[in-house]
Design a protein around this ligand. Structure first.
Ligand code: NAD
Ligand code: DAU
Length: 352
């Protein structure tokens, strides 16, 4: 079946993997990447697929109702996979308004544009919203896991804005009958992640012999999933997930930050020919993140039982691949840290 799918935030970390998967796996689909290209959007992430005939890019703010509506019309969009968001917790602590604008108002704008374009004909339509496990709040060190029925209890401005957007998506199903799906995923890692997030930041800092800032005592726990496995889950759920359902996505892969950091250090040192322990001296304990959630851990058994999805990669393999990728793509990191990456759009796209 031919489809016209709008992927928002496709120039970001996870979005670029989803765009790559959908454009290459479904040559008959029209894939439209709608992205504002904020500091986190980087079209270099999609260099390898940007010339595929089924790939289209629209530079657009999800908060701009007229512009979003025009994109729906231009491509006669019948499916939405919504990833565009402000995604970094530390930034949300400094600037909560931007998070409310993009994550709440932007999602609402997109919902309303979809609703008006589809005009009550829900047949074959789908609005799939990508969310986070952070909406569930924090777990103690007691072995419990977030399930799809865990009560929402967001703590940071980021997670509060994502929780609000999840509620709006469900409200559009309950009120207007829009066919929606929400998924809540754990921490992703892998290629093309903006180097403000823990793993790429630390790899880059080790390269430059800069301190590795460990928040608090490094005891917080996160549940890590290789980004390509998240993209695979999104594919399965977009096509086969049940309408108005929530699915948790995670790797059953919990790590204390400090243990993960030691794995990163060991892997970088080994792959760059340094003796074991060489970069341990860079570990620097710093003031904790405000409201730092203690532990996240996802139960993704519903997704496995219903749709047969499981992570394909063991963590050891994923982290090795990830570190190798950043070491092999130092220019990508350097372009970001120097600001050079923002010129790519001007050179490649604005003339088209
Ligand atoms: P990211 O910050 O790497 O990318 C976000 C993208 O959205 C960027 O390309 C940016 O330009 C675009 N964007 C931001 N504001 C926009 C706007 N107003 N209009 C149009 N485009 C805009 O984020 P990510 O880590 O790839 O996360 C993608 C989605 O997945 C987010 O919704 C996030 O909440 C969710 N999520 C992320 C993780 C994770 O570990 N990274 C885990 C679970 C869920
Ligand atoms: O759980 C899913 C979420 O994972 C996503 O919704 C977010 O978009 C994504 O950014 C991520 O949020 P985190 O806050 O967990 O990721 P981050 O990489 O910022 O931090 C991971 C852990 O490492 C967290 O406990 C804070 C800690 N940390 C982070 C940074 C950047 C440090 O100790 N030092 C650092 O410099």
């Amino acid at each position: 079946m031919k489809r016209n799918i709008l992927i928002t935030g496709g120039a970001g970390f996870i979005g670029s993997h989803v765009v790559r998967l959908f454009t290459t796996k479904y040559p008959d689909y029209t894939i439209v990447n709608l992205d504002k290209l904020t500091y986190a959007g980087n079209l270099e992430n999609l260099k390898d697929i940007e010339n595929l005939p089924n790939y289209h890019f629209e530079k657009c703010d999800i908060c701009d109702y007229e512009a979003v509506t025009a994109v729906f019309k231009k491509y006669d969009i019948d499916g939405v996979i919504h990833l565009a968001a402000e995604s970094h917790v530390d930034r949300s602590i400094k600037d909560p308004f931007t998070f409310a604008r993009t994550n709440v108002m932007g999602t609402l704008t997109l919902l309303q544009a979809a609703r008006n374009h589809w005009n009550g004909n829900w047949d074959g339509k789908r609005f799939y919203h990508i969310s986070t496990d952070e909406v569930y709040g924090a777990l103690q060190f007691d072995g419990t896991l977030f399930t799809e029925s865990t009560k929402y209890d967001p703590h940071s401005p980021y997670s509060a804005s994502k929780a609000s957007s999840d509620h709006f998506v469900r409200a559009y199903h309950d009120t207007y009958g829009m066919p929606t799906i929400v998924t809540n995923c754990s921490n992703n890692y892998g290629p093309y992640q903006f180097p403000e997030k823990l793993i790429p930041l630390f790899i880059n800092n080790i390269r430059h012999r800069k301190p590795l800032p460990v928040y608090g005592r490094g005891e917080n726990v996160r549940d890590w999933l290789y980004v390509v496995d998240h993209a695979r889950a999104i594919d399965v759920i977009f096509h086969n997930g049940r309408i108005n359902e929530t699915y948790n996505i995670g790797g059953f892969n919990e790590w204390r930050n400090i243990d993960l950091i030691k794995v990163i250090i060991r892997t970088v040192d080994r792959l760059t020919g340094k003796p074991e322990g060489y970069s341990d001296e860079l570990i620097t304990y710093v003031t904790d993140r405000a409201g730092h959630d203690l532990r996240y851990a996802i139960d993704s058994s519903k997704l496995k039982d219903e749709l047969g999805w499981e992570p394909s990669l063991q963590f050891e393999e994923g982290i090795e691949k990830t570190v190798r990728w950043y070491l092999d793509n130092q220019q990508w990191l350097d372009n970001i840290t120097s600001g050079e990456y923002e010129r790519y759009y001007e050179e490649m796209y604005s003339k088209r």
